[in-house]
Structures are given as structure tokens and as C-alpha cells.
Design a protein around this ligand. Sequence first.
Ligand code: FES
Length: 170
Amino acid sequence: MGMSSRVPLTYSRKVLELFRNPKNLGRMEDADAEAMAGSLACGDMIAIYLKVEDGTGRILDARFESYGCAANIAAASTLTEMVKGKTLEEAWRLSWKDISEELGGLPFVKFHCGILAIGAMRRAIRAYYNGRPQPEWLPKEFTPEERQALEEEKLMEILERRIERLKTEG
Ligand code: FES
């Protein structure tokens, strides 16, 4: 098995650029909100950190850590750039399609990597309002993006169950 047996993905120039040179990469020590979430589609994880201005809810800074693929790193890098200066509500309304567009398009099999970035950000926003008055615009139920970006424990639990099943089947 060599590299030649793999079909190369058609990443846009921007995805490759950000993969090599990501912006806002690294932990934020004094974050006002953070979330770590993983994708059930691939088992990869991402953390999103937000610095939020009290009162206005404006995002002053955003950072990420990714244990995902090139598309996920590029998506998280773009997302953290896009939300700086936005209010939490504006950030909440961003979709993975906005990110994909900004990146010059994600390959079909990499859509979930963008969804993971959005889902993790929404989880961070939700975490921010944990113990604060909930704004009108924040849905009471988890959105599909949040459900696809599972909390670490939940992800591990499901993956372990899958492995168990594989073992008993084999
Ligand atoms: Fe897992 Fe892209 S394949 S985040």
C-alpha cells in the first residue's frame, strides 16, 4: 500500500493554505466560553475558545485546537476569523455552508468537518449562557450541528460501544 492507492482529495487552495498556516490555533487560557466536541462521522475532536465582552456579547477573540483533518483545521481557522467582532447571536447564525463558501468549497466527503467546527462553536456559545439569562434567539433544543458535534464523553461512549460490537461480531 503506497500513497498512490489513495485518491487525492480536491482541496481548494485556501484550505491547503490554512492547513499549513492556520490562524488562531492554540488554547486560550482566559476564555469566557469553551467547548470540546467530536464528530461521530470520523471520531475527530476540536476545541473552540471564545473571549466575550460582558454586556454586549461581542466576541473579542476566538481560538481553536483541532485533532481533525486538513478540512477541519481550515474550517476552524476560518470560523474563528469570521466570528471575531461579531456578537454571539451573529456567530450562532453562521452555518457550515458560510465556512465552506469562504474556503472556496469543501469536498463532499468533508462537509462533516465544517459541521463539526460550527457545532463546537455553538456548544461554546451555549456554555457561555449556562448560568446566565438565556437570550430569545438561543434555541432550547440542540441544533443538528450541535448533535453532530458530541461532547467528548458521549463521543467516547458511542465509539467504545461500536468497538465492542465489532469485537463480538468478529
Ligand atoms: Fe474528521 Fe475531517 S475527517 S474532522
